[in-house]
Write a protein that binds this ligand. Sequence first.
Ligand SMILES: [Mg+2]
Length: 229
Amino acid sequence: MQLRTQTRKAIKIVSFDVDGTLVSQGFADCVWLRGIPEAYAEKEGLDFEQAFEFVTSEYEKIGENRIEWYKIDYWLRKFGLELPYEKLFKKYEGEIRIYDDVESVLEVLKEEGYELVISSNAATEFIDFQIRAIRKFFSHVFSATSDFGEVKKSNGFYARICEILDVKPQAVVHTGDHWVFDFINPRKIGITAYYLDRNRSGSEKVKVKKEEDEFVISDFNGLLDVFVR
Ligand SMILES: [Mg+2]
């Protein structure tokens, strides 16, 4: 599990995904699947189920491969809602859940001298609102959709981050919970990636090749094994 000393010495940046990695999906789901349909129901005088059907079918028409999918202002405008997204966020603030194992690990990594950054697919306003309690640990927040107009975290996305941070990919470790966007793609350019599988002990365990197994962790404490212990 532990990186070879040489590799470890070269690491300067530790990068993290957000949804499913630092925070649970609950808040975002509430905004998209409860807040927006509810507001639409109220405006149109529909019951929630009807509004939910309509709103989600409109989401599907756009689909996650188009940039609009990620832009909350686009949707609020599209549904004719005069609700500012800040108000909607505030309503579901209580649903934000930073995973229990996150803060203590960030603290240790920071103390060890690593620069911590966020590399997420979510729109900046979603990231900022959800990570307020741990924002102080990060020097940069990169959003593929808001900052680079990309809908997926490609190897190009990671290359741009290295460029902006002025480091070689070999100086970066990235951790996230999506097999392709957080593991396969950063590895393509030489970033050391860790796949976070919080269900590893459960039934949804992913199948990985033997040589990849040491790069799969089941919680944040797994990162301490890599860097510190
Ligand atoms: Mg994720």
